[in-house]
Structures are given as C-alpha cells and as structure tokens.
Design a protein around this ligand. Structure first.
Ligand SMILES: [Zn+2]
Length: 287
C-alpha cells in the first residue's frame, strides 16, 4: 500500500491489529537439516568442473544428484540470478514462493530450495554460505533473497519504454536455448522466479516496497549447495552488478561469477537417498 487509506478505521481496529502472529509453516515439521552428514560429505570432496559466467550473460550447468556446487565471487561484487530444473523434466523447477513461505525471504545454510508442485521436494540444500554473518541489517535487508523475480525486458519496457536484451530473464533464456537446443519461445516459458544469489534486499519499513542495496559480497565469497536430485542449473550475472544503484541497463560495473561442481568422496553418501516426489495422491477430492 503506497497510498494513504481511504477508509476510516473501525472502533475495534486496535483489537483486530493485536491478533498474535503465527508462523505459517513450522520449520520443525520439515525434513531436518543433517549438518553432520553434509559436513562429512563436503569435507573430502573433489572439484570435477568449473565454468565462468561472464557479466550480463548466463550459462547453464549440470549437477548430478549427490554432488555439490558453489557459486563463487571471483573479480568483484556481483549478483547472480539462479534457476534450477530437474535435469530430466524441466517442468519441475525451483519454486521461489514456496521456498520463501517455508523458510524465509532470504535463505542460507540449512535451507532447502524446493521444487514446484506436484513434486514439491527439496531440489538442493544450502550447505555453506560465507555471507551468513550478514544476518539482518538496520534497513531490514538480508542476503540471497527469494522475494525478487529476476530483471526482465517486459518490466523494463513498462517502466522505461525501451528494449534491453541483457536482463537476467533474457540471459537465462539464451543459456537454456544453447544448452537444450530449444526454440527461444519454448525456453523462455521455462525460465522462472530466481534465487537472487549474493543480492542484498528487503522491504522498506514505511511502504513495504522491495528495495535493493549494494551487495556485501567480495571476491572469495561463495554459497554452496548439495544437489538432492539431478539438476540443470542456469546462472545469470545480473546487469545490475552489485545491485547498489540500477539494473536492466549497461550502467553498473559487472563482474564474472564462477560455478564449481564437486564430487564427494566414495562412501561419503552412505545411507542418503534422493528425495522422492511428493506423496500427495493428486486426486484433489475428485472421485
Ligand atoms: Zn538481473
């Protein structure tokens, strides 16, 4: 609500506002994060591949289930927009909204990245985050948000009336076209709301509008994920750079991002099983 109210508050407005907040989804009811298991698995892992994502571009990468991947800051503060799909069924993809509802507006170690319904299962688990010290700042901002959508040329057209082809939405579309040899019109429909890696965001205190501020990420920082299922990923080095001023243009200073894939030591995953799709019957009460 960015406009002032037109309706006079009812006499019991204060009472109504005093209702007790209840956390909508209890984390305690989710599958527990087994830190000992993940830490043991990541203790002796071997890097098997890496790739560079150039500024204002995106690149796709594959991560087999049971492997780790890191997104690494290498040259300077840079935000990355991450998409994840089930490598064998691109209709199952990262579900930003439910991840936010289950965990929080910003995610870190121990949180899962959940997939879309009907599978609704953990696609990846965050196993390390060198920016976990940041917490919540005085503006209410945090790092690694799952509230933003991705910069895109349609919103840019609405707001500026100009064409720009290096928004994260277009970068991710081009990366998927190159990886899966799809038509652009097909690929773009598979691009989805992202996890904003390294991005520092929040809602303004007065109007609750989405804001961004310069990312605290520095070269050497990384966030690490464990692939719970076979993943196809795509990462865009956002044209906003550190997203401290603008996006959807060529103004910001932008830097490479690096993606590294790691294989755990033999036997490190003993007892682990890739999560099955959600067990709901899908009958929806229809006989
Ligand atoms: Zn972007």
């Amino acid at each position: 609500m960015t406009r002032s109210a037109q309706t006079v508050a009812p006499p019991d407005a204060a009472t109504r506002r005093k209702a007790t907040p209840v956390v909508t989804y209890s984390v305690a009811q989710l599958p527990p994060f087994d830190a000992a298991f993940y830490n043991a698995a990541r203790a002796e892992m071997t890097k098997v591949s890496e790739l560079i994502v150039p500024p204002r571009e995106a690149r796709a990468f594959s991560v087999p289930a049971g492997h780790f991947f890191r997104i690494v800051s290498v040259d300077g503060p840079q935000v990355g927009d991450l998409n994840l799909w089930n490598a064998h069924d691109l209709s199952e993809r990262f579900f930003s909204g439910k991840t936010r509802a289950l965990h929080a507006t910003h995610v870190s170690t121990g949180d899962r990245l959940w997939s879309t319904m009907p599978s609704l299962r953990p696609m990846a688990t965050i196993t390390h985050d060198t920016l976990d010290w940041y917490g919540w700042d005085e503006d209410g901002a945090g790092v690694h948000d799952v509230i933003g959508t991705r910069c895109d040329p349609y919103t840019n057209m609405l707001l500026k009336g100009t064409e720009y082809h290096h928004c994260c939405h277009s970068n991710l579309t081009r990366a998927l076209v190159a990886e899966r040899h799809m038509k652009p019109s097909e690929a773009e429909l598979l691009v989805h709301d992202v996890m904003n890696v390294f991005m520092c965001t929040g809602y303004t205190h007065d109007t609750h509008q989405y804001f961004m501020k310069a990312s605290p990420v520095r070269p050497g920082d990384f966030i690490e994920f464990f692939a719970e299922i076979d993943l196809l990923g795509a990462l865009s080095a956002c044209p906003g750079g550190d997203c401290g001023a603008s996006h959807s243009d060529d103004v910001a200073k932008c830097y490479n991002l690096k993606v590294e894939i790691y294989r755990p030591a033999d036997g490190a995953l003993a007892g682990w099983r890739s999560p099955s799709p959600n067990a709901y019957s899908r009958s929806h009460g229809i006989a």
